[in-house]
Design a protein around this ligand. Structure first.
Ligand code: NI
Length: 138
């Protein structure tokens, strides 16, 4: 288990003030927790760049009345079984569906899946949440 270390940071006062406003807005109780989060964010971004195992989610919003759309979305997901670990479909209202696709695997493949879904004409919105398996983080 790694111990706790302390270190000082030199910052321009303007930057420091802006950071304090930022952490107040975000609800952090202290600077340390905010800085820890920034470091973790950067490390997760690096995991995605380096191509190891990552985890995350792709979310889609679409109108299920467009039948062709449904087939395309299903076809794409069948081509990415290696990286898709589960999916959930939620009927938002009479027309709109929310689909959450949980992913775990190679970042390039996850990105390719999101890109292919984004390219499907008629899907209203696609987002990709780039997260981590958690193994490389404390
Ligand atoms: Ni639905």
């Amino acid at each position: 288990m790694s111990g706790l270390i302390r270190f000082g940071i030199s910052l321009e006062s303007d930057l420091s003030n802006r950071f304090d406003v930022h952490l107040k807005r975000k609800g952090y109780s202290n600077r340390s927790e905010a800085i820890r989060d920034l470091i973790r964010q950067d490390l997760v971004a690096r995991e995605w760049q380096e191509g190891g195992q990552v985890a995350g989610a792709v979310t889609l919003i679409y109108d299920h009345h467009k039948r062709e759309l449904l087939n395309k979305i299903t076809d794409i997901q069948h081509d990415f079984q290696e990286v898709i670990i589960s999916s959930q479909h939620i009927h938002l209202d009479h027309h709109n569906c929310l689909e959450i696709i949980a992913i775990k695997g190679a970042p390039a493949q996850a990105q390719r899946l999101a890109d292919m879904l984004k390219a499907v004409k008629g899907i209203k919105h696609v987002t990709m949440s780039m997260s981590t398996t958690g193994k490389g983080l404390v």
